[in-house]
Design a protein around this ligand. Structure first.
Ligand code: SF4
Ligand code: SF4
Length: 64
């Protein structure tokens, strides 16, 4: 199953992470406002709903 990953070099650390909001299983987290958003891989179902919502195109799906 593919899993979402967030490129920390692309993530602009939005105040309201639209990718996190779009995730139906709440698999995307902001641990700290200074840090890039992260995906909890165990929760991610690979649906891809988060990808188009990220204005920085920081989210990609990868087969693992
Ligand atoms: S929407 Fe994209 S750029 Fe913004 S915090 Fe979320 S992952 Fe990072
Ligand atoms: S691919 Fe789907 S389940 Fe995984 S983080 Fe994105 S929205 Fe959530």
């Amino acid at each position: 199953m593919p899993k979402a990953f967030i490129d920390p070099d692309k993530c602009t650390r939005c105040e309201n992470c639209q990718a996190a909001k779009a995730c139906p299983v709440k698999a995307i987290f902001r641990i700290d406002s200074e840090e890039a958003a992260v995906v909890e891989t165990r929760l991610c179902r690979g649906c891809g709903d988060c990808i188009a919502k990220c204005p920085a195109c920081a989210v990609v799906l990868k087969e693992i």
